[in-house]
Design a protein. Structure first.
Length: 702
């Protein structure tokens, strides 16, 4: 992988190391107790670090995969602000290539990057600044209190003398690292809270950014894999005679995952795979279908499940309620649909395995590759470039395992190329779920009972119930129970995980209760949130900015929803119209988010835009259906996502806060679908309880 100046990453690091004296500051991140108890002095290495070179360049290693969410820039802002670095001299270095030697596991997910980096990155910048100030004070023969940092310099307060950081690093490197350096006050932040240009922007604009699928190594082969189409299927037999005759095909190898066709270019690899004659064993799930799962789920939600939340006596409260409601909701499997299809390059040479992957879990990926190659983990060199979207798909190392299997059978570097169809039909999907909701109101319209029962088609409770701990509303009697069913369909985390379906169901059903009570849906929610002040603050801000209650153009209606997730709190108001043919147009979305201190407001707004685009695609268009034990959809013609001209105007408002930052990448997603569904109800009087929205049910014309 080559940088803007043509220098490879290794050449850059080698040159930097030889360039002269530098100041290296370790960032201490608290370890889990078990790690801390077993750690030796030698193993307590910094898990992220800062280097200031003699030329004044500030280089920061960040152990987070950059998936386009802007977390690397935000983390650099946190450190650079405390350091008082010159932002134009800040550079990002890649994820460490030996995750096993890192002090903590390297994993990007759960909207944790900024949450986990806030304190340690502040302390790292503050420690470096304190050391530079001490070095300058000693050089000038003055008190440290007479010196301060500003834009990459240490300044003498009385005389105005200035020394660049680079001129002080040799002296500062001889000093001890302060354990508790003083941190800035809120009023002193110079970068934090401002819209700052992202450090990865230039490469994206001029095309110089290298994504995993862009990699082109000397002598590299391209491989495609013929995998069993059904979940749990296997290879019965194959004939490669015709495939070997395809011009450019080099070899054909059977691996545990299927038949790999190795070729000199992508086209030959695809054509060679197409020429294979393969007989598959369908496996134990050949009859699995979404239709059968919906039917099974509808049966299960009529039976008691495993209790997750119980408060009070729901059955007694429902029996005594003045008004009772019951509704069934159905949500499909969803695919991640990242713009960059899966791919991974591996090369076994000189006793090491080099891997190039867009993994979100480098530590687990390195370990998986090491197991396959039968090497110590430190003999696996893992390169993680910029990734063309992940949304949770790259939490799975299956593409890395395939690449390692092929690499250990050949001497050349091999890029395992997945087509869009490969990626969609061999994914790890958001589970299909069926929900039964029961609620009760007293004579005054107050909710007295809430029961949610879900049947989720996944072996993982985390993917089905996730972080749900009952509704965020003041309801005295609550029960949440669930069933898990494993039909062999691979499932995994998709952006916002279980909140995607639970958020839709909870915020749709609370709207149903508000309508049954004859109350405004915003005010109904608002008065039931005494124990959720941050979510209420987001709800109030969204309603205010959307002009809740004010007149709308003819044919339009508003809907509202609010969901807490990943330690953040998000509310959205959608303005919607429904055409006579049932097509839904979302004109405007107003999002208010309480995410603690805003590091980079522009990045927050970009994350909101992206989350709404994904959520709107799932609400209006996307679903992954299972037929005969296999995924049916294979490309964007059958798994459509919204287009540019379908994207609504999005307004993002941040609830002011001086608390530490919380999650941003995922929280804006869950409120979108229920806000739109509730707006459809306001416009048409028809409730939406399935996703994507059933257009036929909304038609008013023949």
């Amino acid at each position: 992988m080559r940088a803007e100046n043509g220098m490879t990453r290794k050449e850059f690091l080698r040159t930097s190391a030889l360039a002269g004296a530098g100041l290296v500051i370790g960032i201490h991140i608290p370890l889990p107790d078990a790690w801390a108890e077993s750690a030796t002095a030698a193993s307590l290495q910094p898990s992220a670090w800062l280097r200031i070179d003699a030329d004044g360049t500030v280089s920061i290693v960040i152990d987070e995969t950059e998936l386009g969410q802007g977390s690397s820039t935000a983390l650099a802002m946190i450190l650079a602000d405390e350091l008082e670095a010159d932002w134009d001299r800040v550079r990002l270095l890649p994820i460490p290539e030996n995750p096993a030697g890192w002090v903590r596991g390297i994993s990007t997910g759960g909207s944790t990057s900024i949450r986990d980096g806030w304190e340690p990155f502040r302390h790292a910048g503050a420690a470096a600044k304190a050391m530079l100030i001490t070095a300058a004070a000693r050089r000038w023969g003055t008190a440290e209190t007479e010196c301060f940092a500003e834009a990459g310099h240490i300044v003498h307060r009385r005389t105005g003398r200035r020394i660049p950081f680079g001129d002080l690093v040799e002296d500062a490197a001889q000093l001890p690292v302060p354990e508790q350096p003083p941190l800035k006050s809120d009023a002193e932040f110079r970068l934090i809270g401002r819209p700052i240009r992202r450090l990865d922007l230039r490469g994206k604009v001029d095309g110089s950014t290298i994504y995993p699928s862009d990699l082109d190594l000397p002598g590299m082969l391209v491989a495609t894999v013929a995998r069993p189409p059904t979940f749990g299927g296997s290879i019965r037999s194959f004939d490669a005679t015709r495939a070997r005759q395809v011009d450019g095909v080099v070899d054909i190898i059977q691996i545990p995952q299927g038949i790999a066709v190795l070729a000199r270019n992508t086209w030959a690899a695809i054509e060679g795979r197409n020429a294979l004659t393969v007989e598959y064993e369908a496996g134990p799930h050949a009859d699995a279908s979404s239709e059968a799962m919906y039917a099974r789920g509808a049966e299960l939600v009529r039976q008691p499940g495993r209790e997750f939340v119980r408060q009070g006596d729901v059955d007694a409260a429902l029996a005594g309620a003045a008004k009772r409601l019951e509704a069934e909701y159905r949500l499909p499997f969803l695919e991640h649909a990242a713009m960059e299809p899966n791919n991974c390059t591996a090369w076994l040479h000189d006793g090491i395995l080099e891997v190039w992957s867009g993994s979100q879990v480098p530590t687990a990926a390195q370990a998986a590759a090491a197991r396959v190659a039968e090497l110590p983990k430190e003999k696996v060199v893992l390169h993680v470039p910029m990734v063309g979207g992940g949304f949770g798909r790259h939490l799975q190392p299956d593409d890395i395992v395939e690449a390692a299997e092929i690499a250990k059978r050949t001497s050349a570097p091999v890029q395992v190329f997945w087509t869009r169809e490969d990626t969609m039909r061999h994914g790890f999907y958001r589970p299909l779920t069926v929900h039964l909701m029961r609620g009760g109101l007293d004579a005054a319209g107050n909710p007295v009972a809430w029961h949610q029962r879900v049947a989720g088609f996944s072996p993982s409770a985390g993917l089905v119930v996730g972080g749900r701990h009952g509704p965020p509303y003041n309801i005295p009697n609550v029960l949440y129970d669930y069933h898990l069913v494993d039909e062999g369909v691979p499932t995994g985390a998709l952006r916002s995980v279980a909140y995607t379906h639970n958020g839709f169901v909870v915020e749709s059903f609370i709207d149903e209760l508000a309508a049954a009570a004859g109350q405004d849906p915003y005010r109904f929610r608002q008065r039931l949130m005494p124990r959720a002040p941050k979510l209420r603050a987001a709800l109030d801000l969204a309603a205010e900015k959307a002009g809740w209650g004010s007149p709308l153009p003819a044919g339009r209606a508003r809907g509202i929803a609010a969901v807490s997730s990943f330690s953040s709190h998000c509310a959205e108001v959608a303005e919607v119209s429904v055409a006579s043919d049932g097509n839904v147009t979302v004109h405007r979305v107003v999002c208010a988010i309480h995410c603690g201190r805003a590091i980079n407001p522009d990045s927050i707004a970009a994350n909101v835009d992206g989350a709404i685009a994904i959520a709107l695609s799932a609400a209006l268009k996307s679903q992954l259906t299972i037929r005969n034990g296999a995924a049916h959809e294979g490309n964007f013609h059958s798994y459509p996502i919204i287009r540019f001209d379908e994207m609504p105007a999005v307004e993002t408002y941040i609830v002011p806060s001086d608390e530490p930052p919380t999650g941003v990448g995922e929280p804006p997603l869950p409120p979108l679908a229920p806000a739109v569904a509730n707006a459809i109800f306001a416009a048409t009087g028809k409730r939406i309880r399935t996703l994507p929205f059933p257009t036929a049910e909304l038609r008013t014309s023949a």
